[in-house]
Design a protein around this ligand. Sequence first.
Ligand SMILES: [Zn+2]
Length: 281
Amino acid sequence: MIKLNALITNTSYYCGISYLFRKIFSSKGKFVIMFHGVSKKKNPNLPMDIQPHLDINQFNFILNWIKNSFQILDPDTFMTSQQNGVLLTFDDGFLNNFSNVLPVLETYDAPALFFITTENIEFPEKWLHFITDKLKNYGINKSDLSRDTRKDLFDGISKRNLIKMSSNPLVTIGSHSKTHPLLSQCSNEDLNVEIIRSKKYLESLIKRPVRFFAYPSGDYNQLVLDKVSNSGYEAAFGIDKIENLGRTKFEIPRIGIYSSKKPYLAAKFSGLYQSPIKYLK
Ligand SMILES: [Zn+2]
């Protein structure tokens, strides 16, 4: 399936189809892009699938590529205006978003929305469960890794750095829950902690309203959606596939970017992979 996708991606790129569609669609709507961690550089001594998908060079290349075809929108312009373009988002709250991503955004004067998992902030060295699980699968212990590797690849952003980052005019902070669970499996009490308490915690740190939420792993149901929309958030974001419970601004789809290859980018932004967003209900 992966090979077939690559074949279609490459064929449409080299035949100019992706380019054509991008030209048509980029003038007709908006896309939301989802990134995660970005490392300084790939670590050759660690399995690739436990590292961030992108390093700084790749991220730089992607941003340059996006800027050439699209306007990069800040969250307010994205939500309220008819302006076409791309909203950049980053999930999970890694320290490398502050140390590696922010300087590149500043170079391109590109605004972005960062979704923070708050347990990562309170205890930056308490890693997200899916990272710990992946390392365990490879028999790797945290103590096997150097401090620099841990910070570059896996640590959460500290409170101090989050506060610093949030004061940058290019940065908007949103919530990505407290512990990154599958929200559709949570009790009502847990939902209060993950959705409401995470918002309050972030607001008390950064001293401004937290208006946006991103569902961990893109997982939600009607109950979760109602809880988010009744908790003072203005919008919520899914991932590539959304449930489409009502096509509202609490189900905004995003396109995950995991490679910097041109044919891959062209296909993801072609409008064929995901239709551009025309308006938000
Ligand atoms: Zn996440």
